[in-house]
Design a protein around this ligand. Structure first.
Ligand SMILES: [Zn+2]
Length: 67
């Protein structure tokens, strides 16, 4: 439970609240787990191998942002 800081997708405000104190937009957690360069690398390698995955992942991220 270290990454409780949340971020507003609209005005980029960092907050601990689930809604942005400035514009009321639902915030999201920018770093749900510790950043790992290796994970990133694997992700990119997967995407270059399976380009159709990009679409799925993008859709998933958009959903997360809208939550
Ligand atoms: Zn905001």
């Amino acid at each position: 439970m270290r990454w409780r800081i949340r971020k507003c997708p609209k005005c980029k405000t960092y907050t601990l609240s689930e809604t942005c104190p400035r514009c009321g937009t639902k915030t999201f957690v920018p770093h749900p787990h510790r950043f790992s360069p290796e994970d990133r690398y694997v992700e990119y390698r997967l995407w270059s191998k399976y380009p159709q995955l990009i679409e799925k992942v993008t859709q998933r991220k958009e959903k997360v942002h809208l939550l």
